[in-house]
Design a protein around this ligand. Sequence first.
Ligand code: ADP
Ligand code: MG
Length: 602
Amino acid sequence: MSDALANQIAAGEVIQRPASVVKELVENSVDAGADEITVNIKDAGRTLVQVIDNGCGMSPADARMSFERHATSKIYTSDDLFCICTKGFRGEALASIAAVAEVELKTRREEDSIGTQVIINGSQFVGQNPVSTLVGTNFSVKNLFFNVPARRKFLKSNSTELQHIVSEFHRIVLTHPNISFSLYHNGTLIYNLPQSNLKQRIVNVFGKTLNQELIPVEIDTSIVKITGFTGKPSSSKKRSDKEFFFVNSRFMKSQYFHRAVALAYEKLVYPDCVPPYFLYFEIDPHNIDVNVHPTKTEVNFENASDVFRLLQAGIRETLSKCDVAPAIDFDSEVGDIEMPYFSKDDPMPPMPKVNFNPFYNPFEHDSEENHYSKAPSVPERDRNNLDNWQQLYSGAGLHAEDSDLSGHNGIFSGKVENRLIQVKNKYIVSPSKSGIMVIDQRRAHKRVLYQKYIEKVDSNVDSVQTLLYPIKLNLDVASYAMAYDIRDEFQVVGFDMEFDDNNVVIIKGIPPFLSPDAATAVVNDIIVSYQEGHGNVSTSIKDILAIAASNRELIPNEKSLTPEEMRQLIDSLFATNAPNFSPEGDPVVVIIGLDELEKRFS
Ligand code: ADP
Ligand code: MG
Protein backbone atom coordinates (compact mmCIF):
# COMPACT_ATOMS: atom_id res chain seq x y z
CA MET A 1 0.00 0.00 0.00
CA SER A 2 1.45 3.34 -0.94
CA ASP A 3 2.03 5.90 1.76
CA ALA A 4 -0.31 8.28 0.04
CA LEU A 5 -3.10 5.76 0.15
CA ALA A 6 -2.37 4.81 3.76
CA ASN A 7 -2.51 8.47 4.64
CA GLN A 8 -5.78 8.90 2.85
CA ILE A 9 -7.28 6.04 4.77
CA ALA A 10 -5.92 7.38 8.02
CA ALA A 11 -7.32 10.75 7.07
CA GLY A 12 -10.75 9.26 6.84
CA GLU A 13 -10.49 8.53 10.50
CA VAL A 14 -8.86 11.69 11.75
CA ILE A 15 -10.16 14.29 9.35
CA GLN A 16 -13.87 14.06 8.96
CA ARG A 17 -14.69 17.64 8.21
CA PRO A 18 -13.16 21.10 8.24
CA ALA A 19 -13.69 21.30 11.99
CA SER A 20 -11.28 18.39 12.45
CA VAL A 21 -8.60 20.38 10.63
CA VAL A 22 -9.22 23.37 12.86
CA LYS A 23 -8.99 21.19 15.92
CA GLU A 24 -5.75 19.49 14.93
CA LEU A 25 -4.01 22.64 13.81
CA VAL A 26 -5.03 24.74 16.78
CA GLU A 27 -4.10 21.98 19.19
CA ASN A 28 -0.68 21.81 17.60
CA SER A 29 -0.33 25.55 18.09
CA VAL A 30 -1.25 25.19 21.73
CA ASP A 31 1.29 22.41 22.09
CA ALA A 32 3.88 24.63 20.44
CA GLY A 33 3.53 27.06 23.33
CA ALA A 34 1.81 29.85 21.40
CA ASP A 35 0.02 32.54 23.36
CA GLU A 36 -1.62 34.07 20.32
CA ILE A 37 -3.50 32.00 17.77
CA THR A 38 -5.45 33.24 14.77
CA VAL A 39 -7.81 31.10 12.75
CA ASN A 40 -8.96 32.11 9.28
CA ILE A 41 -11.80 30.22 7.68
CA LYS A 42 -13.20 30.56 4.17
CA ASP A 43 -16.46 28.94 3.09
CA ALA A 44 -16.87 27.03 6.31
CA GLY A 45 -13.42 25.56 5.79
CA ARG A 46 -14.03 24.06 2.37
CA THR A 47 -11.81 26.59 0.68
CA LEU A 48 -9.41 27.48 3.47
CA VAL A 49 -8.50 26.72 7.05
CA GLN A 50 -5.55 28.79 8.13
CA VAL A 51 -4.03 28.75 11.59
CA ILE A 52 -1.31 31.19 12.57
CA ASP A 53 0.53 30.96 15.87
CA ASN A 54 3.46 32.55 17.63
CA GLY A 55 4.69 29.29 19.09
CA CYS A 56 8.11 27.69 18.93
CA GLY A 57 8.10 27.11 15.16
CA MET A 58 10.06 24.42 13.39
CA SER A 59 13.45 24.03 11.78
CA PRO A 60 13.39 23.46 7.99
CA ALA A 61 14.10 19.76 8.52
CA ASP A 62 11.37 19.39 11.14
CA ALA A 63 8.92 21.27 8.96
CA ARG A 64 9.41 18.77 6.17
CA MET A 65 9.36 15.87 8.64
CA SER A 66 6.19 16.99 10.34
CA PHE A 67 4.11 15.57 7.47
CA GLU A 68 5.52 12.09 7.85
CA ARG A 69 3.20 9.69 9.51
CA HIS A 70 4.05 9.17 13.17
CA ALA A 71 6.33 12.16 12.91
CA THR A 72 5.33 13.36 16.29
CA SER A 73 7.90 15.12 18.37
CA LYS A 74 5.83 14.36 21.43
CA ILE A 75 5.36 10.65 21.91
CA TYR A 76 8.93 9.76 22.75
CA THR A 77 8.90 11.65 25.97
CA SER A 78 5.44 10.59 26.88
CA ASP A 79 4.33 8.70 29.88
CA ASP A 80 0.69 8.57 30.92
CA LEU A 81 0.87 12.02 32.33
CA PHE A 82 2.37 13.54 29.29
CA CYS A 83 -0.25 12.07 27.04
CA ILE A 84 -2.91 14.22 28.49
CA CYS A 85 -0.81 17.33 28.88
CA THR A 86 -0.25 17.84 25.20
CA LYS A 87 -3.10 17.53 22.77
CA GLY A 88 -1.82 15.29 20.07
CA PHE A 89 0.49 12.43 20.50
CA ARG A 90 -0.07 10.16 17.57
CA GLY A 91 1.75 12.15 14.97
CA GLU A 92 -0.95 11.51 12.48
CA ALA A 93 -2.78 14.74 12.04
CA LEU A 94 -0.54 16.58 9.63
CA ALA A 95 0.06 13.53 7.45
CA SER A 96 -3.67 12.97 7.32
CA ILE A 97 -4.51 16.55 6.50
CA ALA A 98 -1.86 16.69 3.81
CA ALA A 99 -3.31 13.56 2.24
CA VAL A 100 -6.64 15.17 1.54
CA ALA A 101 -5.88 18.84 0.95
CA GLU A 102 -3.43 21.34 -0.44
CA VAL A 103 -1.24 22.39 2.43
CA GLU A 104 1.18 25.26 2.78
CA LEU A 105 3.31 25.52 5.89
CA LYS A 106 5.38 28.54 6.77
CA THR A 107 7.36 28.44 9.97
CA ARG A 108 10.31 29.97 11.73
CA ARG A 109 12.01 29.44 15.04
CA GLU A 110 13.22 32.35 17.09
CA GLU A 111 16.85 31.37 16.56
CA ASP A 112 16.53 31.22 12.76
CA SER A 113 16.86 34.38 10.76
CA ILE A 114 14.83 33.03 7.89
CA GLY A 115 11.83 30.73 7.86
CA THR A 116 10.89 27.83 5.65
CA GLN A 117 7.91 27.09 3.45
CA VAL A 118 6.71 23.58 2.63
CA ILE A 119 4.01 22.82 0.08
CA ILE A 120 2.30 19.44 -0.12
CA ASN A 121 -0.76 18.54 -2.19
CA GLY A 122 -2.59 15.31 -1.55
CA SER A 123 0.51 13.77 0.03
CA GLN A 124 2.60 14.87 -2.96
CA PHE A 125 5.58 16.90 -1.91
CA VAL A 126 5.60 19.99 -4.12
CA GLY A 127 8.50 21.99 -2.78
CA GLN A 128 10.34 23.61 0.10
CA ASN A 129 11.83 27.08 0.06
CA PRO A 130 13.28 29.66 2.42
CA VAL A 131 10.70 32.31 3.17
CA SER A 132 10.48 35.38 5.28
CA THR A 133 7.90 34.85 7.97
CA LEU A 134 7.23 35.70 11.61
CA VAL A 135 8.40 33.51 14.44
CA GLY A 136 5.86 30.74 14.84
CA THR A 137 3.87 28.65 12.44
CA ASN A 138 1.37 29.43 9.73
CA PHE A 139 -0.57 26.53 8.21
CA SER A 140 -2.91 26.98 5.26
CA VAL A 141 -5.11 24.04 4.38
CA LYS A 142 -6.86 24.63 1.08
CA ASN A 143 -9.56 22.81 -0.82
CA LEU A 144 -10.15 20.09 1.70
CA PHE A 145 -11.00 16.71 0.14
CA PHE A 146 -10.20 18.06 -3.34
CA ASN A 147 -8.97 14.56 -4.22
CA VAL A 148 -11.70 12.64 -2.41
CA PRO A 149 -14.92 13.77 -4.10
CA ALA A 150 -17.06 11.37 -2.11
CA ARG A 151 -15.99 12.97 1.12
CA ARG A 152 -16.32 16.45 -0.22
CA LYS A 153 -19.85 15.66 -1.22
CA PHE A 154 -20.50 14.29 2.21
CA LEU A 155 -19.89 17.66 3.82
CA LYS A 156 -22.99 19.32 5.15
CA SER A 157 -24.24 22.81 4.50
CA ASN A 158 -21.89 25.69 5.20
CA SER A 159 -23.82 26.68 8.27
CA THR A 160 -23.57 23.18 9.70
CA GLU A 161 -19.87 22.91 8.98
CA LEU A 162 -19.24 26.32 10.45
CA GLN A 163 -21.20 25.27 13.50
CA HIS A 164 -18.88 22.30 13.91
CA ILE A 165 -15.87 24.57 13.59
CA VAL A 166 -17.23 26.95 16.17
CA SER A 167 -17.89 24.17 18.64
CA GLU A 168 -14.37 22.79 18.25
CA PHE A 169 -13.13 26.32 18.73
CA HIS A 170 -15.19 26.68 21.91
CA ARG A 171 -13.73 23.51 23.34
CA ILE A 172 -10.21 24.73 22.83
CA VAL A 173 -10.58 28.35 23.87
CA LEU A 174 -12.37 27.35 27.06
CA THR A 175 -9.41 25.18 28.00
CA HIS A 176 -6.86 27.92 27.44
CA PRO A 177 -8.01 31.32 28.69
CA ASN A 178 -4.35 32.28 28.95
CA ILE A 179 -3.98 32.16 25.17
CA SER A 180 -5.50 34.85 22.99
CA PHE A 181 -7.55 33.58 20.08
CA SER A 182 -9.26 35.12 17.10
CA LEU A 183 -11.50 33.46 14.57
CA TYR A 184 -12.36 34.94 11.19
CA HIS A 185 -14.89 33.62 8.73
CA ASN A 186 -14.73 34.96 5.19
CA GLY A 187 -12.78 37.92 6.49
CA THR A 188 -15.23 38.78 9.25
CA LEU A 189 -13.98 38.62 12.81
CA ILE A 190 -16.29 36.26 14.71
CA TYR A 191 -14.38 35.88 17.95
CA ASN A 192 -11.72 38.05 19.45
CA LEU A 193 -10.67 36.59 22.75
CA PRO A 194 -7.90 38.31 24.67
CA GLN A 195 -5.94 36.51 27.36
CA SER A 196 -8.05 36.55 30.49
CA ASN A 197 -9.22 34.55 33.42
CA LEU A 198 -11.67 31.71 32.92
CA LYS A 199 -14.81 33.61 33.81
CA GLN A 200 -13.99 36.44 31.44
CA ARG A 201 -13.19 33.92 28.74
CA ILE A 202 -16.59 32.27 29.15
CA VAL A 203 -18.31 35.63 29.05
CA ASN A 204 -16.29 36.72 26.04
CA VAL A 205 -17.29 33.59 24.18
CA PHE A 206 -20.94 33.36 25.15
CA GLY A 207 -21.93 36.93 25.82
CA LYS A 208 -22.23 39.34 28.69
CA THR A 209 -25.62 38.13 29.86
CA LEU A 210 -23.89 35.10 31.26
CA ASN A 211 -21.85 37.22 33.63
CA GLN A 212 -24.53 37.41 36.31
CA GLU A 213 -25.54 33.82 35.84
CA LEU A 214 -22.32 32.03 36.68
CA ILE A 215 -21.75 30.52 40.10
CA PRO A 216 -18.21 29.44 40.90
CA VAL A 217 -17.76 25.75 41.63
CA GLU A 218 -15.05 24.35 43.80
CA ILE A 219 -15.24 20.70 44.71
CA ASP A 220 -12.04 19.47 46.23
CA THR A 221 -11.79 15.83 47.19
CA SER A 222 -9.06 13.26 47.29
CA ILE A 223 -10.45 11.55 44.21
CA VAL A 224 -11.09 14.48 41.98
CA LYS A 225 -10.93 18.23 41.99
CA ILE A 226 -13.68 20.00 40.10
CA THR A 227 -13.60 23.73 39.48
CA GLY A 228 -15.28 26.07 37.08
CA PHE A 229 -18.71 27.59 36.83
CA THR A 230 -22.28 26.51 36.75
CA GLY A 231 -25.34 28.57 35.85
CA LYS A 232 -28.09 29.72 38.13
CA PRO A 233 -31.26 27.69 37.65
CA SER A 234 -32.86 30.69 35.98
CA SER A 235 -30.33 30.45 33.18
CA SER A 236 -31.29 26.91 32.24
CA LYS A 237 -32.47 26.08 28.76
CA LYS A 238 -33.85 23.10 27.01
CA ARG A 239 -31.27 23.11 24.28
CA SER A 240 -27.91 24.41 25.24
CA ASP A 241 -24.55 24.73 23.61
CA LYS A 242 -23.01 25.67 26.91
CA GLU A 243 -22.41 22.36 28.60
CA PHE A 244 -18.75 21.60 29.00
CA PHE A 245 -16.69 19.11 30.88
CA PHE A 246 -12.94 19.11 30.72
CA VAL A 247 -10.68 16.58 32.26
CA ASN A 248 -7.05 17.47 32.81
CA SER A 249 -7.39 20.28 30.27
CA ARG A 250 -9.07 18.22 27.58
CA PHE A 251 -12.63 18.53 26.46
CA MET A 252 -14.66 15.54 27.47
CA LYS A 253 -18.10 14.45 26.39
CA SER A 254 -20.10 12.70 29.06
CA GLN A 255 -23.78 11.97 29.13
CA TYR A 256 -23.12 10.26 32.40
CA PHE A 257 -21.75 13.26 34.26
CA HIS A 258 -24.26 15.45 32.49
CA ARG A 259 -26.88 13.49 34.33
CA ALA A 260 -25.14 14.17 37.62
CA VAL A 261 -25.40 17.89 36.94
CA ALA A 262 -28.98 17.58 35.74
CA LEU A 263 -29.85 15.71 38.91
CA ALA A 264 -28.32 18.40 41.07
CA TYR A 265 -30.70 20.83 39.40
CA GLU A 266 -33.66 18.53 39.49
CA LYS A 267 -36.81 20.34 40.52
CA LEU A 268 -35.02 23.67 40.40
CA VAL A 269 -35.47 23.89 36.69
CA TYR A 270 -38.13 23.03 34.19
CA PRO A 271 -38.04 19.38 33.17
CA ASP A 272 -35.29 18.58 30.72
CA CYS A 273 -33.75 21.98 31.02
CA VAL A 274 -30.18 22.34 32.09
CA PRO A 275 -28.13 25.35 33.05
CA PRO A 276 -24.92 26.23 31.31
CA TYR A 277 -21.94 24.66 32.99
CA PHE A 278 -18.21 24.74 32.54
CA LEU A 279 -16.62 22.16 34.76
CA TYR A 280 -12.97 21.26 34.90
CA PHE A 281 -11.93 17.96 36.42
CA GLU A 282 -8.45 17.37 37.68
CA ILE A 283 -7.78 13.75 38.36
CA ASP A 284 -4.81 11.46 38.61
CA PRO A 285 -4.25 10.40 35.00
CA HIS A 286 -3.79 6.83 36.12
CA ASN A 287 -7.43 6.79 37.15
CA ILE A 288 -8.74 7.66 33.74
CA ASP A 289 -8.47 6.19 30.33
CA VAL A 290 -8.32 8.83 27.65
CA ASN A 291 -9.40 7.32 24.40
CA VAL A 292 -6.44 7.85 22.13
CA HIS A 293 -8.64 7.87 19.08
CA PRO A 294 -8.25 11.42 17.88
CA THR A 295 -11.88 12.08 17.17
CA LYS A 296 -13.26 10.53 20.31
CA THR A 297 -13.92 12.69 23.28
CA GLU A 298 -15.11 10.10 25.72
CA VAL A 299 -13.03 9.45 28.80
CA ASN A 300 -13.37 6.43 31.03
CA PHE A 301 -13.09 6.98 34.75
CA GLU A 302 -12.03 4.17 36.96
CA ASN A 303 -14.21 5.38 39.80
CA ALA A 304 -16.91 6.98 37.71
CA SER A 305 -19.69 6.36 40.18
CA ASP A 306 -17.78 8.08 42.97
CA VAL A 307 -17.06 11.05 40.76
CA PHE A 308 -20.71 11.11 39.77
CA ARG A 309 -21.80 11.33 43.39
CA LEU A 310 -19.21 13.92 44.27
CA LEU A 311 -20.21 16.01 41.30
CA GLN A 312 -23.91 15.83 41.99
CA ALA A 313 -23.53 16.52 45.69
CA GLY A 314 -20.96 19.24 45.06
CA ILE A 315 -23.12 21.12 42.61
CA ARG A 316 -26.13 20.74 44.83
CA GLU A 317 -24.16 22.19 47.72
CA THR A 318 -22.86 25.01 45.57
CA LEU A 319 -26.43 25.88 44.66
CA SER A 320 -27.70 25.76 48.20
CA LYS A 321 -24.87 28.00 49.36
CA CYS A 322 -25.87 30.50 46.76
CA ASP A 323 -29.41 30.41 48.00
CA VAL A 324 -30.81 29.27 44.71
CA ALA A 325 -31.87 25.81 45.84
CA PRO A 326 -34.94 25.82 48.03
CA ALA A 327 -34.76 23.72 51.14
CA ILE A 328 -37.91 21.76 50.53
CA ASP A 329 -37.55 18.72 48.42
CA PHE A 330 -40.38 16.55 47.25
CA ASP A 331 -38.31 13.44 47.57
CA SER A 332 -37.37 13.86 51.15
CA GLU A 333 -41.00 13.84 52.10
CA VAL A 334 -41.35 10.40 50.73
CA GLY A 335 -38.27 9.17 52.44
CA ASP A 336 -34.66 10.06 52.01
CA ILE A 337 -33.31 6.65 51.36
CA GLU A 338 -30.96 5.99 48.53
CA MET A 339 -32.53 3.35 46.38
CA PRO A 340 -29.97 0.99 45.01
CA TYR A 341 -30.46 0.42 41.36
CA PHE A 342 -31.79 -2.92 40.32
CA SER A 343 -33.72 -2.87 37.10
CA LYS A 344 -32.61 -5.87 35.11
CA ASP A 345 -32.80 -4.93 31.50
CA ASP A 346 -32.44 -1.23 31.63
CA PRO A 347 -28.99 -0.21 30.51
CA MET A 348 -29.13 3.26 31.99
CA PRO A 349 -26.27 4.32 34.24
CA PRO A 350 -27.02 2.76 37.58
CA MET A 351 -26.71 5.79 39.72
CA PRO A 352 -28.36 6.26 43.04
CA LYS A 353 -30.45 9.28 42.51
CA VAL A 354 -33.85 8.53 43.75
CA ASN A 355 -34.65 9.36 47.28
CA PHE A 356 -37.84 7.50 46.88
CA ASN A 357 -38.79 4.23 48.39
CA PRO A 358 -41.64 2.45 46.63
CA PHE A 359 -41.76 -0.16 49.36
CA TYR A 360 -42.38 2.27 52.10
CA ASN A 361 -45.28 1.13 54.15
CA PRO A 362 -46.74 3.70 56.49
CA PHE A 363 -48.43 1.00 58.50
CA GLU A 364 -45.22 -0.58 59.60
CA HIS A 365 -43.83 2.01 61.89
CA ASP A 366 -41.90 -0.47 63.96
CA SER A 367 -39.52 -1.81 61.39
CA GLU A 368 -39.82 -0.07 58.05
CA GLU A 369 -37.76 2.97 58.78
CA ASN A 370 -34.89 0.91 60.02
CA HIS A 371 -34.83 -1.50 57.17
CA TYR A 372 -34.32 1.05 54.55
CA SER A 373 -32.37 3.69 56.29
CA LYS A 374 -29.80 1.02 56.87
CA ALA A 375 -29.84 -0.10 53.28
CA PRO A 376 -26.21 -0.24 52.31
CA SER A 377 -25.11 1.85 49.43
CA VAL A 378 -23.81 -0.93 47.26
CA PRO A 379 -20.97 0.10 44.99
CA GLU A 380 -21.97 0.09 41.38
CA ARG A 381 -19.81 -2.79 40.21
CA ASP A 382 -21.01 -4.97 43.05
CA ARG A 383 -24.57 -4.14 42.29
CA ASN A 384 -24.24 -5.49 38.81
CA ASN A 385 -23.28 -8.84 40.19
CA LEU A 386 -26.22 -9.13 42.50
CA ASP A 387 -28.77 -11.50 41.20
CA ASN A 388 -31.28 -11.47 43.94
CA TRP A 389 -32.81 -9.29 46.48
CA GLN A 390 -31.49 -10.90 49.56
CA GLN A 391 -28.00 -9.98 48.54
CA LEU A 392 -29.05 -6.50 47.66
CA TYR A 393 -30.52 -5.96 51.04
CA SER A 394 -28.19 -8.05 53.09
CA GLY A 395 -27.32 -5.95 56.04
CA ALA A 396 -30.48 -4.00 55.62
CA GLY A 397 -32.25 -5.95 58.28
CA LEU A 398 -34.02 -8.21 55.83
CA HIS A 399 -33.12 -11.80 56.22
CA ALA A 400 -33.94 -14.92 54.32
CA GLU A 401 -36.04 -16.11 57.20
CA ASP A 402 -38.42 -13.18 56.68
CA SER A 403 -40.96 -15.39 55.09
CA ASP A 404 -42.13 -13.28 52.20
CA LEU A 405 -38.67 -12.29 51.14
CA SER A 406 -37.16 -15.71 50.99
CA GLY A 407 -36.73 -17.33 47.64
CA HIS A 408 -36.59 -15.53 44.39
CA ASN A 409 -40.20 -15.98 43.49
CA GLY A 410 -41.53 -14.99 46.81
CA ILE A 411 -40.01 -11.58 46.61
CA PHE A 412 -42.80 -9.78 44.86
CA SER A 413 -45.58 -11.87 46.19
CA GLY A 414 -45.52 -10.54 49.69
CA LYS A 415 -45.51 -7.05 51.04
CA VAL A 416 -44.35 -5.31 47.98
CA GLU A 417 -47.04 -5.79 45.43
CA ASN A 418 -49.79 -4.91 47.82
CA ARG A 419 -48.59 -1.38 47.83
CA LEU A 420 -49.06 -0.87 44.14
CA ILE A 421 -52.63 -0.84 42.99
CA GLN A 422 -53.71 -0.35 39.44
CA VAL A 423 -56.82 1.71 38.89
CA LYS A 424 -58.79 1.59 35.63
CA ASN A 425 -55.75 0.11 33.91
CA LYS A 426 -54.52 3.67 33.84
CA TYR A 427 -53.15 4.72 37.17
CA ILE A 428 -50.81 3.16 39.65
CA VAL A 429 -51.60 4.09 43.19
CA SER A 430 -49.28 3.68 46.10
CA PRO A 431 -49.23 4.93 49.65
CA SER A 432 -46.49 7.40 50.35
CA LYS A 433 -45.26 9.06 53.47
CA SER A 434 -47.10 12.25 52.71
CA GLY A 435 -50.30 10.75 51.39
CA ILE A 436 -51.23 8.84 48.31
CA MET A 437 -49.14 8.81 45.21
CA VAL A 438 -50.88 8.39 41.88
CA ILE A 439 -48.90 7.75 38.75
CA ASP A 440 -50.23 8.01 35.23
CA GLN A 441 -48.78 4.77 33.89
CA ARG A 442 -48.74 5.75 30.26
CA ARG A 443 -47.03 9.05 30.86
CA ALA A 444 -44.61 7.29 33.15
CA HIS A 445 -43.82 4.84 30.40
CA LYS A 446 -43.39 7.69 27.98
CA ARG A 447 -40.88 9.36 30.27
CA VAL A 448 -38.95 6.12 30.62
CA LEU A 449 -38.86 5.46 26.89
CA TYR A 450 -37.98 9.05 26.17
CA GLN A 451 -35.03 8.85 28.52
CA LYS A 452 -33.84 5.70 26.80
CA TYR A 453 -34.14 7.19 23.35
CA ILE A 454 -32.76 10.63 24.08
CA GLU A 455 -29.61 8.97 25.36
CA LYS A 456 -29.42 6.88 22.22
CA VAL A 457 -30.03 9.90 20.03
CA ASP A 458 -27.34 11.84 21.83
CA SER A 459 -24.79 9.11 21.55
CA ASN A 460 -25.53 8.40 17.90
CA VAL A 461 -25.39 11.85 16.37
CA ASP A 462 -24.23 11.62 12.78
CA SER A 463 -24.22 7.85 12.62
CA VAL A 464 -26.42 6.14 10.12
CA GLN A 465 -27.68 2.62 9.69
CA THR A 466 -27.84 2.06 5.95
CA LEU A 467 -30.94 0.19 4.93
CA LEU A 468 -30.58 -2.86 2.76
CA TYR A 469 -33.95 -2.06 1.29
CA PRO A 470 -34.53 1.67 1.10
CA ILE A 471 -38.00 2.71 2.07
CA LYS A 472 -40.11 4.73 -0.32
CA LEU A 473 -42.37 7.24 1.29
CA ASN A 474 -45.20 8.92 -0.61
CA LEU A 475 -46.03 12.22 0.99
CA ASP A 476 -48.58 14.89 0.36
CA VAL A 477 -47.26 18.17 -0.98
CA ALA A 478 -47.16 19.95 2.35
CA SER A 479 -45.44 17.10 4.19
CA TYR A 480 -42.93 16.74 1.41
CA ALA A 481 -42.13 20.43 1.55
CA MET A 482 -41.76 20.26 5.32
CA ALA A 483 -39.55 17.20 5.12
CA TYR A 484 -37.38 18.96 2.59
CA ASP A 485 -37.15 22.05 4.77
CA ILE A 486 -35.90 20.06 7.70
CA ARG A 487 -33.63 17.73 5.76
CA ASP A 488 -30.58 19.02 7.66
CA GLU A 489 -32.24 18.16 10.95
CA PHE A 490 -33.08 14.71 9.71
CA GLN A 491 -29.50 14.27 8.71
CA VAL A 492 -28.13 15.35 12.07
CA VAL A 493 -29.91 12.53 13.84
CA GLY A 494 -28.99 9.89 11.31
CA PHE A 495 -31.61 9.82 8.56
CA ASP A 496 -30.24 9.51 5.06
CA MET A 497 -33.00 10.65 2.78
CA GLU A 498 -33.24 11.30 -0.89
CA PHE A 499 -35.82 13.71 -2.22
CA ASP A 500 -37.33 12.54 -5.47
CA ASP A 501 -39.69 14.46 -7.63
CA ASN A 502 -43.36 13.60 -7.23
CA ASN A 503 -43.33 14.07 -3.46
CA VAL A 504 -41.48 10.85 -2.88
CA VAL A 505 -38.86 10.59 -0.17
CA ILE A 506 -36.54 7.62 -0.18
CA ILE A 507 -35.22 6.68 3.20
CA LYS A 508 -31.84 5.10 2.64
CA GLY A 509 -30.50 5.21 6.14
CA ILE A 510 -31.94 5.57 9.60
CA PRO A 511 -30.55 6.11 13.10
CA PRO A 512 -28.79 2.94 14.27
CA PHE A 513 -31.14 2.36 17.17
CA LEU A 514 -34.35 2.46 15.14
CA SER A 515 -35.80 -0.64 13.62
CA PRO A 516 -36.51 -0.35 9.89
CA ASP A 517 -40.12 -1.24 10.64
CA ALA A 518 -40.51 1.85 12.74
CA ALA A 519 -38.82 4.18 10.26
CA THR A 520 -41.85 5.26 8.26
CA ALA A 521 -43.94 6.02 11.28
CA VAL A 522 -41.14 7.88 13.00
CA VAL A 523 -40.40 10.00 9.95
CA ASN A 524 -44.09 10.80 9.62
CA ASP A 525 -44.30 11.73 13.29
CA ILE A 526 -41.32 14.02 12.98
CA ILE A 527 -42.82 15.78 9.98
CA VAL A 528 -46.13 16.23 11.77
CA SER A 529 -44.35 17.53 14.85
CA TYR A 530 -42.66 20.18 12.78
CA GLN A 531 -45.88 21.03 11.02
CA GLU A 532 -47.47 21.55 14.39
CA GLY A 533 -44.67 23.92 15.22
CA HIS A 534 -42.79 21.82 17.72
CA GLY A 535 -39.54 22.16 15.88
CA ASN A 536 -38.79 25.53 17.38
CA VAL A 537 -35.96 26.50 19.64
CA SER A 538 -37.33 24.86 22.71
CA THR A 539 -37.81 21.44 21.16
CA SER A 540 -34.97 20.11 19.13
CA ILE A 541 -35.00 17.45 16.47
CA LYS A 542 -33.42 15.17 19.05
CA ASP A 543 -36.38 15.53 21.38
CA ILE A 544 -38.81 15.07 18.57
CA LEU A 545 -37.05 11.95 17.37
CA ALA A 546 -36.86 10.55 20.90
CA ILE A 547 -40.55 11.18 21.42
CA ALA A 548 -41.47 9.73 18.03
CA ALA A 549 -39.38 6.63 18.69
CA SER A 550 -40.93 6.31 22.15
CA ASN A 551 -44.42 6.49 20.73
CA ARG A 552 -43.78 3.32 18.77
CA GLU A 553 -43.27 1.37 21.96
CA LEU A 554 -45.68 3.09 24.25
CA ILE A 555 -48.12 0.88 26.12
CA PRO A 556 -51.73 1.25 24.98
CA ASN A 557 -54.08 3.70 26.60
CA GLU A 558 -55.35 1.20 29.07
CA LYS A 559 -53.28 -1.78 29.92
CA SER A 560 -53.43 -4.16 32.76
CA LEU A 561 -50.04 -4.47 34.43
CA THR A 562 -48.71 -7.18 36.66
CA PRO A 563 -47.34 -6.11 40.02
CA GLU A 564 -43.87 -6.79 38.74
CA GLU A 565 -44.47 -4.63 35.67
CA MET A 566 -45.79 -1.82 37.81
CA ARG A 567 -42.82 -1.98 40.06
CA GLN A 568 -40.40 -2.06 37.15
CA LEU A 569 -42.13 0.88 35.60
CA ILE A 570 -41.94 2.91 38.77
CA ASP A 571 -38.31 2.03 39.34
CA SER A 572 -37.42 3.03 35.82
CA LEU A 573 -39.48 6.19 36.09
CA PHE A 574 -37.68 7.37 39.18
CA ALA A 575 -34.37 6.56 37.58
CA THR A 576 -35.02 9.13 34.85
CA ASN A 577 -33.97 12.68 35.35
CA ALA A 578 -37.42 14.25 35.38
CA PRO A 579 -39.85 11.67 36.73
CA ASN A 580 -42.49 14.22 37.55
CA PHE A 581 -43.16 15.29 34.00
CA SER A 582 -43.77 13.61 30.69
CA PRO A 583 -41.50 14.63 27.81
CA GLU A 584 -44.25 17.03 26.76
CA GLY A 585 -44.32 18.58 30.21
CA ASP A 586 -47.51 16.95 31.54
CA PRO A 587 -47.58 15.77 35.14
CA VAL A 588 -46.79 12.11 35.67
CA VAL A 589 -47.01 11.89 39.43
CA VAL A 590 -49.71 13.37 41.60
CA ILE A 591 -49.53 13.27 45.37
CA ILE A 592 -52.77 13.51 47.28
CA GLY A 593 -51.54 14.87 50.56
CA LEU A 594 -52.65 13.83 54.01
CA ASP A 595 -54.01 17.35 54.55
CA GLU A 596 -56.21 16.90 51.57
CA LEU A 597 -57.43 13.55 52.83
CA GLU A 598 -58.10 14.89 56.28
CA LYS A 599 -60.01 17.79 54.83
CA ARG A 600 -62.16 15.41 52.85
CA PHE A 601 -62.98 13.33 55.87
CA SER A 602 -63.79 16.19 58.17
P1 ADP B 1 1.24 15.32 16.92
O1 ADP B 1 0.59 16.63 17.25
O2 ADP B 1 0.43 14.19 17.31
O3 ADP B 1 2.66 15.26 17.36
P2 ADP B 1 0.92 16.23 14.26
O4 ADP B 1 0.84 15.49 12.96
O5 ADP B 1 -0.23 17.02 14.68
O6 ADP B 1 1.29 15.19 15.35
O7 ADP B 1 2.19 17.14 14.21
C1 ADP B 1 3.45 16.56 13.90
C2 ADP B 1 4.57 17.36 14.48
O8 ADP B 1 4.71 18.60 13.81
C3 ADP B 1 4.39 17.74 15.93
O9 ADP B 1 4.81 16.73 16.79
C4 ADP B 1 5.24 18.98 16.06
O10 ADP B 1 6.58 18.62 16.28
C5 ADP B 1 5.16 19.59 14.68
N1 ADP B 1 4.20 20.70 14.66
C6 ADP B 1 2.95 20.65 14.19
N2 ADP B 1 2.32 21.85 14.30
C7 ADP B 1 3.21 22.68 14.87
C8 ADP B 1 3.17 24.07 15.24
N3 ADP B 1 2.08 24.82 15.06
N4 ADP B 1 4.29 24.61 15.79
C9 ADP B 1 5.39 23.85 15.98
N5 ADP B 1 5.48 22.54 15.65
C10 ADP B 1 4.43 21.95 15.10
MG1 MG C 1 -1.20 17.27 16.62
